[in-house]
Design a protein around this ligand. Structure first.
Ligand SMILES: O=c1ccn([C@@H]2O[C@H](COP(=O)(O)O)[C@@H](O)[C@H]2O)c(=O)[nH]1
Length: 229
C-alpha cells in the first residue's frame, strides 16, 4: 500500500492513460490528472478514475479572480477528487475565496496552493520580478497559504524541511521534481530523490516521466514504494 506516491498521468489521450493504469490498483499509487490530460479528456474522465477507486489529485493550478477560482474549486470538488490546487500567487483574497468555496462540503478535497514551480530556479524567478531566492519566496507563499486556511502547498522537496519546521506536522507538503537516482532531470530545476524527500518531511511525492517513460513502469513504482517503506 503506497501512502506517499502520486503518479502524474501526463498523457495526450484518455486511451493512453487508461492503458497505463490497467495493471495498477489504488494500493499502488495516487493518480494525478494535470493540464494535458484534462484538456484532452475532460471532467468525465476524472470522474471515471474516481469511480474506479483511485484517489485523484486534480492538478489544474487555478489562478484567476477570486469569484472564478471559487466556482472552479466547487466544480472540481463535485467530481469527487481527493486533492486539488490553486496558485498561491493569486493572493490572499483568491486563496480565501478558494478555501471558503469548499466549506459546505461534507468531505471536501484537500486544497493546496502552488508556491514556486519546481521547474524554476533563481534566475527564472528573477525574470518574473521576484528578487528573493526560491526558498524565501516559497516560505512567504506557504505562510500566506496557511494564513488563509488551506491545507498545504506544492513546493520542491528541497524546501520540505524548512516548511515542516515553519508550518508543523499537519501542513500538507506535495513535492514534484522527484528524480530517482539515474533518471533524467528534464525541465525540473529543484529536484530530490524519493527517499531524501521523505526524509526531508514531504507528505507526498509526485513522479511523472521517470515512471511513465520507463520500459517497465510497474517495476519503477514498486521500487519507489519499496524505497519509501
Ligand atoms: O511545481 C510544480 C507543480 C506541478 N508539477 C507537476 O508535477 C509533474 C511532474 O512530472 P515529472 O515528469 O516527474 O517532471 C508534472 O505533471 C507537473 O505538471 C511540477 O512538476 N512542479
Amino acid at each position: 500500500m503506497s501512502e506517499m506516491l502520486i503518479v502524474a498521468l501526463d498523457f495526450p489521450t484518455a486511451d493512453q492513460a487508461l492503458h497505463f493504469i490497467e495493471p495498477l490498483s489504488p494500493d499502488d499509487c495516487i493518480l494525478k490528472v494535470g493540464l494535458q490530460l484534462y484538456v484532452a479528456s475532460g471532467p468525465q474522465f476524472v470522474k471515471r478514475l474516481v469511480d474506479s477507486g483511485f484517489k485523484v489529485f486534480l492538478d489544474l493550478k487555478f489562478h484567476d479572480i477570486p469569484n472564478t477560482v471559487a466556482g472552479a474549486c466547487q466544480s472540481a470538488a463535485d467530481l469527487g477528487v481527493w486533492m486539488m490546487n490553486v496558485h498561491a500567487g493569486g493572493g490572499p483574497v483568491m486563496l480565501d475565496a478558494a478555501a471558503k468555496s469548499l466549506a459546505s462540503y461534507e468531505k471536501p478535497p484537500i486544497l493546496i496552493a502552488v508556491t514556486v514551480l519546481t521547474s524554476m530556479n533563481q534566475a527564472q524567478l528573477g525574470a518574473t520580478g521576484v528578487s528573493t531566492s526560491p526558498e524565501a519566496q516559497v516560505k512567504r507563499l506557504a505562510a500566506l497559504t496557511a494564513e488563509q486556511g488551506l491545507d498545504g502547498v506544492v513546493c520542491s522537496a528541497q524546501e520540505s524541511a524548512m516548511l515542516r519546521e515553519q508550518q508543523g506536522q499537519d501542513f500538507v507538503l506535495v513535492t514534484p521534481g522527484i528524480r530517482p537516482l539515474g533518471s533524467e532531470q528534464g525541465d525540473q530545476q529543484r529536484i530530490m530523490t524519493p527517499q531524501d524527500a521523505k526524509q526531508a518531511g514531504s507528505s507526498y511525492i509526485v513522479v511523472g516521466r521517470p515512471i511513465t517513460a520507463a520500459t517497465n513502469p510497474l517495476a519503477v513504482i514498486k521500487s519507489i514504494n519499496d524505497s519509501l517503506r
